[in-house]
Design a protein around this ligand. Structure first.
Ligand code: UDP
Ligand code: MG
Length: 331
């Protein structure tokens, strides 16, 4: 691997400037780390008069040369930190680990594959300094996604925002600027089943946004299969609302009322016309309908109970193997 220009620690003149930590979860990203750091270097120079930027990688159990790629770029400066997790815990857990270890006055989660354009960060910082404590980065167009991903994503936002207690903005990923105060609040939310995007919205605080174009991945492959995305969507929805549980009160009571009316009708019909044997079709239809509804309701209960178990078991969300952190002097 060629070691390109290294990230230099920013000099004395930068002491006193606000510090921004970029948190980049990485999983098998040996090809993308280099190009990412090259771009960040340019950004760092550009931002030198405004803010001190450091980068914190969370290595989410990569099985390739990712750790090596990062560490080979670390020697020169203290602007790069690394937290190695003991195995792959998934992006949500890795990002949370990053938020816990990040020390900046503002923190920006960012993908390492350059799909989150680093060059809108100056604009984000501007809005932050103008008073916004969260600055969302909205994807102006999703043409780098397949149509099926666009359609499913839109479906997710629609369902989520219809049922969740706190809506999430459409087309905003994890890429956003979070003020220190916001990060501190987020760090107290230790729930195990988590969709960070939903939590970022839940905490509140003055929010602004910038837009950017999402490019193709710089190299390597996305590891998010549709099955994984589906499960993330379920986690997000079940963690953000109890409406699917409560709806059964209304479905049940409506059906009970209708059954009561129907029973009355049958009672009087039998009194007037006597016993009437046919009725196989209606009986079977009712059994199937109620059987299906019952199983569906039990399934919903199961979704919640499984997640309650996960929370109660209280295992840590991630396990740290090693850390390489730069201890910046406090301004
Ligand atoms: N990632 C991670 N752990 C995982 C999967 C992904 O830390 O288990 C990281 C990955 O290295 C990248 C970011 O999360 O920096 C986004 O992943 P990817 O590009 O695969 O997702 P997509 O852009 O397709 O949503
Ligand atoms: Mg990506």
């Amino acid at each position: 691997m060629t070691v390109a220009k290294k990230l230099e620690p920013q000099d004395e003149a930068s002491v006193g400037l606000p510090r921004v930590t970029l948190v980049a979860p990485v999983f098998n990203e040996q090809e993308t780390v280099g190009p990412f750091l090259d771009q960040i270097q340019v950004l760092l120079d550009q931002l030198a008069p405004v803010a001190r930027v450091d980068i914190l990688f969370v290595n989410d159990g990569s099985r390739d040369g990712t750790e090596l790629a990062i560490r080979s770029r670390m020697e020169a400066g203290r602007a790069i930190g690394l937290v190695n997790l003991s195995r792959n815990f998934g992006k949500e857990a890795a990002l949370w680990a990053g938020l816990k270890y990040a020390t900046g006055d503002a923190v920006i989660p960012i993908d390492v594959d350059l799909q989150d354009d680093p060059f809108i960060i100056p604009e984000m910082i501007e809005k932050w300094q103008a008073g916004a404590q969260i600055v969302n980065a909205r994807r102006a167009d999703r043409s780098s996604d397949t149509w099926i991903k666009r359609v499913t994503a839109q479906g997710f936002y629609r369902v989520f925002n219809a049922v969740a207690d706190q809506p999430i903005p459409q087309d905003v990923g994890d890429f956003r600027l979070l003020d220190r105060q916001v990060v501190d609040v987020l760090c107290t939310l230790s729930e195990r089943v988590r969709l960070n995007k939903a939590l970022f919205g839940w905490v509140g605080f003055p929010t602004d946004e910038v837009t950017f174009e999402r490019h193709e991945r710089s190299a390597g492959f996305s590891t998010f299969s549709y099955w994984r995305l589906w499960n993330m969507a379920l986690d997000g929805i079940f963690a953000s609302t109890t409406k699917p549980l409560r709806v059964w009160t209304y479905v049940g009571s409506t059906l009970a009322f209708l059954s009561f009316v129907y029973a009355g009708f049958l009672f009087f019909r039998t009194l007037v016309f006597g016993v009437d044997v046919p009725g196989y079709a209606s009986t079977v239809v009712l059994i199937l309908l109620f059987g299906g509804l019952n199983l569906f309701a039990v399934g919903i209960l199961g979704e919640y109970i499984g997640r309650i178990l996960t929370e109660v078991r209280d295992r840590p969300l991630y396990v740290v193997r090693t850390t390489y952190l730069h201890d910046e002097p406090e301004p």
